[in-house]
Design a binder for this molecule. Sequence first.
Ligand code: GLN
Length: 503
Amino acid sequence: MRSYAEICRLTVRQLMDALSSGSLTSVEITEGYLASIAAQNGTINAFLEVYEADARNEAAASDARRAEGNPLSPLDGIPIALKDNMLVAGHTCACASRMLQDFVSPYDATVTQRLRAAGMVILGRLNMDEFAMGSSNENSAFGVCRNPWATDRVPGGSSGGAAAAVAAGMVPAALGSDTGGSIRQPASFCGVTGVKPAYGNVSRYGLVAFASSLDQIGPLCKTAEDAALIMGVIAGHDRRDATSDAALPTRFGLDARDDLTGLTIGLPKECFGEGLSMPVYHAVMAAAEALRAMGAKVVDVSIPSLPYALSAYYVLSSAEASSNLARFDGVRYGYRVKEYADLDELYRRSREEGFGLEVKRRIMLGTFALSSGYQDQYYQKAQQARELLRHEFGLALAGCDALLTPVAPTCAYRLGEKTADPMQMYMGDLYTVPANLTGLPCVSVPCGLAEEDGASLPVGMSLTGARESLQTLLSIASAYEQRQKPNAGIHPYDRLLKGVTKA
Ligand code: GLN
């Protein structure tokens, strides 16, 4: 029997091996994580709700299956948690919004069903920016989430709770959603590995929509290998999501070799210019050198339209959000004011009181971009920029197996540092939005630490590839992680978990 703190350091792969060898049970593992959450969540606020009783029952049922020799999958009994915008039947799904604070999921999302079919134990729902709009988790209606590496800093967003929970050893893996970087940027800020799969690879049935042409669900884990294991559970065609693509891979067995000979990695020069902080620049360049030393050919490439990506993203995502969020009208779903004179006032005041500032800003921006007379000027132009980007990424990837860029221009910043200036906050999404606009798979991998004002903070690098290339991207990431051990021995859970002892 290992201590709780030891259990919480293990990867999904290690937990899987411990379960199959019988050295740990799902109940022991689940109790370890529940103790870790109890000890840390008061500070970190990554979990909005912990499904303690359900988790204990699911763990016991898993152990019973295994004892009979019938585990549902190799991951049977391993805990996981979901961002608060995916449906888990019978539980609240609030999207960290007042609007949905009392909304109970009537059914399981497809990802939830798949986790259950694999026997995974669902620990709870995770903090996020309201309706996934934001980059720092500061737009949550239920309090900020803190970065486990430095608790005066943001965990990134919008899947801030997912990244912080994995980084702090409160759960071995989590699911987030990524519309413009919301899995990858928090992964980078918290020193974990995050995957934005190709558009269509994971069903969004039961994910509350933000911008439907961009949204994808993906895993956040300690390692690329773990992300591959979780992708193997959640990926796959689903007829209930019309954008689901049966041609995309569903198995992600990683290439074990750590020799990258034969692979070409491109550095888009537009991603290494103005706005990029020096420590991040150096960390990503050092990673490029490491990949070269492992045998990869590293070349310069150009995506000339990249400077348009951010504007195109904010026009398109807000336009789609204004349409998607029209359903929250105080009548069919969610928050409704108690007193109102007429139907118009019911709509107006329910939306006014139910939505937070940033969500309202996006709805107004999107409604404006779609309004008559402006549609050509903004929405159509943004679609054209999107098409150009698709074309240019296609050209660049014709000569490369992966494109290497920073995930974000800086490390995690201080709480409150950017809340007064939305433009500054949006600028941080510069390197992540292209993968959503193009629909390409993209992996965020820790690539070391940078010193900032006395704090040692994680830096992430990003690998983007062709539509069906996720397995290659994860193999490169995994080889890099095993060779470089970017955060070895200094994970925040090594510090934070000291206080987690057996109850
Ligand atoms: N930070 C981006 C935004 O605010 C991305 C959000 C996301 O991927 N959900 O829109």
